[in-house]
Design a protein around this ligand. Structure first.
Ligand code: GLU
Length: 315
């Protein structure tokens, strides 16, 4: 039997999407997520989120793992790969149908957008708000196909306007939630919202530290935790790393991939030192190892606004 001490251990996770090489922005988020957990003697899990359709690159997962190792971040246990866990997501989706919380929907994105641009309908943070067209329309995915000749996705029935929560870094959130959202795509694969909840719960993750572009997703994930009767982790959303134009760091801001630095002979300690200074963990940007930041780790001095990643001076 697990001791109470083991049961209370913090469990964190790194959840990279293998859409390309890790850049300074991903590296910063993973460094903070890792430090936050290691500073309390917790366990870190690594999960490769490789079900994100066309954005995923076949050979990127190995590169991401190599980049994390190079940075000096380690993890506990086996690497979890989402594409190997499809039955778990299907099971959760089936449970939500059984509970009457999820329903088949045959609307295309275009149809939803058209409906949203009609009077009285609207746009949410992630695009068009679903007007509820398919609510109560079909008994099952098979029934939807028989009636319409289309493959159906599954949507979560949202009965509330917001799910307030207290973010461990960003503070109290109103948690606006804009309409019924997709939990299973029309090809039968899970949507990100469902997969991330099923996986974090299965790994008993107690702390999710990630970039704040995912803040608007959190209320939907909270609804999924509740509906599936799962234990909700503590969420901490940290500001993004951007380019000088204030936009999320991307290729047009120059190559900030870890591979690029490595190939130019920049030491991992130099990259970690830069990130430590930019994150308020060290006053100087002097080279240091990730593990040297564990002992006195704190988010107190982490800037509350996005940090510039294209101004690194590393090479
Ligand atoms: N895989 C996502 C990303 O790389 C992170 C998802 C999450 O942390 O919930 O942006």
């Amino acid at each position: 039997m697990a001791s109470p001490r083991a049961a209370a251990q913090v469990q964190g996770r790194l959840a990279p999407s293998p859409t390309g090489a890790l850049h300074l922005g991903n590296a910063r988020t993973f460094l903070l997520a890792w430090l936050s957990v290691r500073a309390r003697g917790g366990a870190v899990r690594l999960r490769i989120e490789d079900i994100d359709g066309p954005r995923v690159k076949a050979d990127a997962a190995a590169g991401v793992v190599e980049d994390l190792r190079w940075l000096g971040l380690d993890w506990d246990g086996e690497i979890v790969v989402q594409s190997q866990r499809l039955p778990s997501y299907a099971k959760a989706a089936a449970r939500l149908i059984e509970l009457g919380i999820a329903y088949p929907c045959v609307c295309t994105r275009k149809e939803v957008e058209e409906a949203a641009s009609a009077p009285h309908e609207g746009m949410g943070p992630d695009g068009a708000i679903y007007p509820g067209t398919c609510r109560g329309r079909f008994d099952s995915i098979e029934d939807a196909r028989a009636q319409t000749g289309r493959d159906a996705s599954l949507r979560f029935r949202v009965e509330v306007a917001n799910v307030a929560f207290d973010d461990g870094f960003a503070g109290p959130q109103a948690g606006a939630i804009a309409g019924d959202f997709v939990i299973q795509k029309r090809d039968g694969g899970p949507a990100y919202q469902l997969a991330v909840v099923v996986d974090d719960a299965a790994a008993q993750v107690s702390e999710v530290l990630r970039a704040d572009d995912l803040l608007p997703s959190t209320p939907r994930q909270l609804l999924l935790y509740r509906a599936l009767g799962l234990t909700v982790p503590r969420f901490l959303h940290v500001p993004l790393v951007t380019g000088g134009d204030g936009l999320r760091l991307a290729k047009r801001h120059g190559d900030t991939s870890l591979r690029h630095f490595r190939e130019r002979g920049v030491a991992a300690a130099a990259v970690v030192g830069f990130l430590a200074k930019a994150s308020g963990l060290r006053a100087s940007g002097a080279p240091c190892m990730a593990r040297e930041l564990v002992a006195d780790f704190s988010l107190v001095h982490l800037p509350r606004t996005p940090i510039r990643g294209d101004d690194h001076g590393l090479c």
